[in-house]
Structures are given as structure tokens and as C-alpha cells.
Ligand binder design. Structure first.
Ligand SMILES: C[S@@+](CC[C@H](N)C(=O)[O-])C[C@H]1O[C@@H](n2cnc3c(N)ncnc32)[C@H](O)[C@@H]1O
Length: 220
């Protein structure tokens, strides 16, 4: 027993998946197709998707936002967890990546729940704010360009209702955030972002070491 989070070697990780992963066939197929993509490592881990689906269900979320769709794995997980009339606004800039996503959303029968916005995510968030949608979203997932994380977070804090949740991906950045000698731009941005949230008393905070590190910011 220990009073710190356990490290997972491959054997233990495989065991974790073997006793806990419940992945609908359509998500498995999308993960298989995405694994052949040159940028496959952009997709979230399946156990992280399952965890986020659980959060969506716990929140009773009806209205959700995703920034960074790629081939649509996390969006499909979220959409499947939403109720029949739930809505996910999914933001990306790539027609090419999201063509794959659309194919799987349709095959899964959830395309009517997903509103894909092909534009820089900041523009979409500004439009939603201008549209009077502040304080109306239950759940948001940030997984787009790291340079804009702070801006995304501030706008999402306006869009999310009190008692809603923002989940932010890649906050452990393969461990680089903890290595002071690494000073590239994205690592520095993520390090500063993590520090900013640590000091932010508008939220309840937890950094969960799942996938590449997932911060949960629960709006008070
Ligand atoms: C890490 S991937 C998302 C992975 C996805 N959540 C999944 O689980 O498969 C990041 C995505 O962000 C998109 N992206 C990059 N810059 C963006 C921007 N300014 N606005 C919206 N999307 C952006 C990229 O096209 C890419 O598809």
C-alpha cells in the first residue's frame, strides 16, 4: 500500500484495461482505424474516454462542448453518454480529420447530437457567448492547440454553468512539464497553465493521472 498514485507498467496497464474497459464496438473500430493514421497519438486513451463518459453521465449533462475533434473518438464517447436530445458542439479546423469522425458518428447513430464547427475554436466560443449562451453548458473538453489553452479555459468558464465541469487534456505532457530543463514553448505554456489553475479559486480542482494527464475544473 502507498499514499501516492501508483505507476503503471505495461503489464499493469493491460490488466487495468482487461478488468475495466467497456468499449462499444463502434468506438473500437474507430480506434483501430485511427491507429493507422500518421497522427494516431493525438487520440485520447480508451480508458480516458470511458472515464469522461462517466463524468458526463454523473453531471446529467445535456449540453457539451469539445475543442479538438481529430478523428472523433472523444466526441463519439461524449455523444454516446449524452441523452437522446443532448447536444455536443465539436470544434476543429481540419476538414480532413473530421471526415473520419463524421463517418463514425453517423454509423453510431449519434450524428444528430453533434454539431461540428469547422473554424478556430476561439471564434466558435466567441459566437456562443455573443449568442447569449453563457452559463448554459454542462461539460467541456479542451484538447486542441496548446497555445490557446488559457484563452479556451477563460471563455469556457463563462460558457459553463455553475456546477459544470471543464476537462483539460495533456496537462502532464508526457512528463515534460515536471522537467525544468525542458523549456520549449508548448511545455512552458502547459506548465504556466497548470500553475494558473492551481491558484484559481473559481473552481474545484483535480489533476487526474489518466492518459496524458487530465485536469478537472469544476465551476463553483
Ligand atoms: C489532440 S487532437 C484531438 C484529439 C481528439 N480529442 C481525440 O480524442 O481523438 C487536436 C485537434 O485540435 C485541432 N485544432 C488545432 N488547432 C485548432 C484550433 N485553433 N481550433 C480548433 N481545433 C484546432 C486539430 O485539427 C486536431 O484535430
Amino acid at each position: 500500500m502507498a499514499n501516492k498514485t501508483i505507476s503503471l507498467d505495461n503489464q499493469l496497464y493491460d490488466y487495468l484495461l482487461s478488468v475495466s474497459l467497456r468499449e462499444p464496438e463502434i468506438l473500437f473500430q474507430l480506434r483501430e482505424e485511427t491507429a493507422r493514421h500518421p497522427k494516431a497519438n493525438m487520440q485520447i486513451a480508451p480508458e480516458q474516454g470511458q472515464f469522461m463518459a462517466l463524468l458526463v453521465q454523473l453531471l446529467g449533462a445535456k449540453k457539451a462542448l469539445e475543442l479538438g475533434v481529430f478523428t472523433g473518438y472523444s466526441a463519439l464517447r461524449i455523444a454516446l453518454a449524452l441523452p437522446p436530445k443532448g447536444q455536443l458542439i465539436a470544434c476543429d479546423v481540419s476538414e480532413e480529420f473530421t471526415q473520419v469522425a463524421r463517418r463514425y458518428w453517423q454509423a453510431a447513430g449519434v450524428d444528430h447530437k453533434i454539431n461540428l464547427r469547422l473554424a478556430p475554436a476561439l471564434e466558435t466560443l466567441d459566437q456562443l457567448l455573443a449568442n447569449g449562451e453563457a452559463n448554459t453548458f454542462d461539460f467541456a473538453f479542451i484538447d486542441a492547440d496548446k497555445d490557446n489553452y488559457s484563452y479556451y479555459y477563460e471563455k469556457l468558464l463563462q460558457l459553463i454553468r455553475p456546477g459544470g465541469l471543464i476537462a483539460i487534456d495533456n496537462v502532464l505532457w508526457s512528463g515534460r512539464v515536471a522537467q525544468p530543463d525542458i523549456q520549449d514553448q508548448q511545455t512552458v505554456i502547459l506548465r504556466e497553465f497548470n500553475q494558473q489553475l492551481q491558484e484559481d479559486d473559481r473552481i474545484f480542482l483535480s489533476l487526474v493521472p489518466i492518459g496524458d494527464g487530465l485536469t478537472l475544473a469544476f465551476k463553483q
